[in-house]
Every structure is written in structure tokens, then in C-alpha cells.
Design a protein around this ligand. Sequence first.
Ligand code: DAH
Length: 336
Amino acid sequence: MIDKIQKIKDEIEHKIINNNEELENFRLNYLSKRGIISQLFDEFRKLDPEYKKNLGKPLNDLKNLAEQIFKEKQEKLSERNKNERFEIDFTLPSYNEIIGNRHPISIIRKEICDIFEHLGFTIEQGPEIEDDWHVFSALNFPPEHPARDMQDTFFIEKMPDILLRTHTSSVQIRAMEKTPPPLKIIMPGRVFRNEAISARAHCIFHQIEGLYIDTDVSFADLKQVLLYFAREFFGKNSDIRLRPSFFPFTEPSAEMDVSCSICNGKGCNVCKYTGWLEILGCGMVHPNVLKNTNINPEQYSGYAFGMGIERITMLRYAIRDLRLFFENDIRFLEQF
Ligand code: DAH
């Protein structure tokens, strides 16, 4: 038996334990209830007392040694696992993290909203899926107006009264229905038109609408606010001009041009050598629109304006193709 003990001692002293599985095998082989050492103890118990005398100590030593080796290897392994988690090679080159940024449309929308918020306007929003009343009827569109045609507007097939709003002017109606005057709001949002997609048109785009309703609001107030906006947005030396126009929901109506900030009004290919860029539609809110939202036109008056965010963003950044805004090509987006 003493030879057996010696052999096992050699064995366990030279055992290679490099992972948890090998450690567990060691425990099962040598230290468990059915393990080799326990079997040796069983044999030992059956021996005559005279043999037992010289074997007790070596056998106990073997058991202690096996336990000690197990403990040491266990500690080493858990230490190594811990260190592995912190093994970072600081000399490795870093990954190229792509940092996200705002979309150019969002940048310009915020810039425009900020300018009007400065003047006391607050932001209002409305639904993109609308009904005929809010997009057309309440805005004084006659029943046979071409905008109501399927050619121009996306309707919901099974509900002819429901459509995707073609302009943010619908939010004017919702706001006037909800809140009695005075009202001083700007309404940014996404709009939809049944247009062929090209460098200058898309079926989805963005507008910002403005509305001011109070007693004694005049066209001069409108002009002053728009001049302030133009100078804040396009630069201190910008000028504006208003040309008579027509919208069913305003009377009188106008289109506003701003002096071309690229050539300073001298004439270039962006302004088509006119020195002016058309940027928005505006006018005094039509009395019918006020009546449609239960506001007394004898008591209140107001102005409204609306502009396309894509167009203004294209002017700001000299972008020539509107489709770029919707393609989400990172090479384009990361430039802003
Ligand atoms: N809704 C018009 C459009 O989509 C833009 C517009 C023109 C809005 C005049 C207005 C306005 O509020 O007064 O073309």
C-alpha cells in the first residue's frame, strides 16, 4: 500500500490543471467520495492494526496534499479569469466610431423655429393623416379645386374624406378650433403630395407654417416679422420683396422673395440672374377661414405664412438635388 500511496503522490504533484474542467476531473478522481484516496482509506480500515501503524500518516499526508493542490489550482484559475477580463492592449489602434449628427432638415427646422420663438411664437403640431375639412374646406378651397384631385393628393382609398395633408396649413385650422385668439404659433411638419420624384420635387417634404391672430393685426405686422426673419436667417444685409399672389385661405395674398445671399443680389445661376429667391407664401387670413373656426372677423384679424424647409435648406447649403435629403447616404449626412 505504501507503494500505491507514493505513486498517487507523484501523480498528483505533476498533474496539469489549466482550466475548470481539468480541476473538476482532479476533484472527482482524487477527492470525491468515490475517488482514489477515499478508496485507499476504505482499504486502510480493513487492515490489521500492525500495518495500520505505518500507513496512517502517509495516507493522511496524501489526502492533505491533494486538498492543498486542489485549493491552490482553484485560486490560480479564478485569479486568471479575473485578469483576463482586464487584459486590454492599449497599443491597438482605435475603432473608427461614427458619431451621429442632426439631419440638415432638422438643423434648419430648428433654426427657423428658434427665430420665431424669439418673437413670441410657440410651436404647434397636428396630424399627418387628415380630413378634407382641415386640409381644404375650412381653408376656403372651392369644391372643384385641383388640389382635391387624386392627381395631386394621396387619399385613403376606402375613406374618400381621409387624406395625407398636402400642407401644414391644416394645423392652423386645428389650432383656431382649439384655442380662442390671440394665437401666435409656428407649425413645422411633414407633408405629402402625389408628385413624381425629381431633383426639385418629392412626394414627402417639410413645411413651416406661421399664424398670428389678434385684434388689429395688419399687413405691416406681417411684413415686419418676415423682414426680421429674413435678416436673422439669411444675414443682416438681406432684403425682401412681396409679390401679389393667390391662396384661397388668405386675402390679400403674397409671395415673398429674399435677396439672393449667394450673389448679393447681383444675379447668379441660383437666383436665375434675377437677384431674388422665392421662399414663402403669405397673406392676411381670409374672413371665411376665421368664420369656419368660429372666430369673429369683425373683431379679429390675422396673418399667415408658409415655407418649404427643403427649399430653404438647399439655399443655405447650396444643395442641388432634393433627393439627397431622403436617401440617408452617410457620405452626405456627415457633412452637416
Ligand atoms: N399652404 C401653402 C402651400 O403649401 C403655403 C402657404 C401660403 C401657407 C400662404 C400660408 C400662406 O399660411 O398664408 O403652398
